[in-house]
Design a binder for this molecule. Structure first.
Ligand code: ATP
Length: 294
C-alpha cells in the first residue's frame, strides 16, 4: 500500500517570546497558520525503513526529521513493519517555515494509517512534540494559537484564503542562536494576537495586518540589515503588511489578491534567494489529526 501526502508549511502571523524557562526553552505565544505551499511525502510499505529526497543537501539518514518520525513510531509501538519515504521538497530549508516539522507530521499520521497502528490524538501529539516544538501544530490542519514551547494548542477557525508573497533572503541563521541572543528587555508581547485571531475569524486582512509582530524580527534585522531593507521594499511595492515567520529569514507580504502576491514576489525576486506566491490553507492531500474539528 502507498500514500502520497501533502506536508503544508507553517507561518507565524505573530510570534511573541515571553520568557526563558529553566529547561533552556522559551515560552512563546504564536498565531500559526498552515499554507497551501507544501512538500510531498510519499510513503510505500517496504521490509525496512529508508528515505530518499529530491534535494541532495538534506540528510537521508536518521538526521532527517521525517525518518526520525518513522523510527520513533517503530520504537514506541514495537511494529515490525517498514516503509520507504520519499520527500519532494518545495518548502525552503531552514527558512522559518517548518519544512522538516511538516514532513515529520505527515509521516506520523501517514504511517499510523499505513501500518494500522490506531494511535489516537493525544498519543500522536505527544510523539509529535518529542520530534520538535513545531511538529504538534503541523498535525492540526488549521490555524492555532500555540503557547508553552508550542505544544499548548488552541484551535482557531479554518483560515480565510489570504494571499501572500514569501521572500527568503540568503542569510545564515541558527534558530537556537537567535533565541539565545534575546536580551531580557526584548521578551514580552510585540504583536496583538487577539487582533490577528479576530481578523482571521472575520476574514479581515486589515485587522490581521494591524496585529502582526515577531520578537525575533528585531534581532534578525540588527544582524542582517538587508532583511529590514527588504521589508521596506515590499511595503513600498504595495504589500498590505510585512512580517517575518519564525526565526526567519523568510518574510511574508500580505496581499489583497493572488495577482498582487505574484506581482510582489516577482518584483523583489532578483534581490532574494527564493520567492513564491501562496495563500493560507490546507491542501486536500494533507492528513490531519482525528477529532481536530472542534
Ligand atoms: P527551525 O526553525 O527548527 O530551524 P525551519 O523551519 O527554519 O526550522 P527546516 O526547514 O525545518 O527549518 O530545517 C531545519 C533543519 O532541519 C535544517 O538544517 C535541515 O538540515 C534539517 N532537516 C532535517 N530533516 C529535514 C526535512 N525533512 N526537511 C527540511 N529540513 C530538514
Amino acid at each position: 500500500m502507498r500514500l502520497s501526502l501533502a506536508a503544508p508549511a507553517k507561518l507565524n502571523l505573530t510570534l511573541d517570546v515571553l520568557r526563558r524557562r529553566a529547561d533552556g526553552y522559551h515560552d512563546i505565544a504564536s498565531v500559526m497558520v498552515p499554507l497551501e505551499l507544501h512538500d510531498t511525502v510519499d510513503l510505500e510499505e517496504a521490509p525496512r525503513l529508508s528515505l530518499s529526497c529530491d534535494r541532495s543537501d538534506l540528510p537521508e539518514g536518521p538526521d532527517n526529521l521525517a525518518l526520525a518520525a518513522a523510527h520513533l513510531l517503530q520504537e514506541e509501538t514495537g511494529t515490525r513493519r517498514g516503509a520507504h519515504i520519499h520527500l519532494t521538497k518545495r518548502i525552503p530549508v531552514a527558512a522559518g517555515l517548518a519544512g522538516g516539522s511538516a514532513d515529520a507530521a505527515q509521516v506520523l499520521l501517514g504511517l499510523n494509517r499505513l501500518w494500522e497502528l490506531g494511535l489516537g490524538r493525544e498519543r500522536l501529539l505527544e510523539l509529535a512534540l518529542r520530534l520538535g516544538s513545531d511538529v504538534p501544530f503541523c498535525t492540526l490542519g488549521r490555524p492555532a494559537l500555540a503557547e508553552g514551547r508550542g505544544e499548548q494548542l488552541q484551535l482557531l477557525p479554518p483560515a480565510p484564503a489570504l494571499h501572500l508573497a514569501l521572500v527568503k533572503l540568503d542569510v545564515p541563521k541558527s534558530t537556537g542562536d537567535v533565541y539565545r541572543s534575546l536580551s531580557p528587555e526584548r521578551l514580552g508581547y510585540t504583536s496583538l494576537p487577539s487582533e490577528v485571531m479576530d481578523g482571521l475569524k472575520r476574514k479581515d486582512p486589515a485587522a490581521i495586518a494591524r496585529g502582526l509582530g515577531n520578537t525575533l524580527e528585531t534581532v534578525m534585522f540588527e544582524r542582517f540589515p538587508q532583511l529590514e531593507a527588504m521589508k521596506r521594499a515590499l511595503l513600498d511595492a504595495g504589500a498590505v503588511a510585512v512580517g517575518m515567520s519564525g526565526s526567519g529569514p523568510t518574510l511574508f507580504a500580505l496581499s489583497h489578491t493572488a495577482e498582487d502576491a505574484a506581482r510582489l514576489a516577482a518584483k523583489v525576486g532578483r534581490l532574494a534567494s527564493w520567492t513564491t506566491a501562496t495563500r493560507l490553507g490546507w491542501p486536500a492531500a494533507a492528513l490531519s489529526l482525528p477529532d481536530s474539528a472542534g
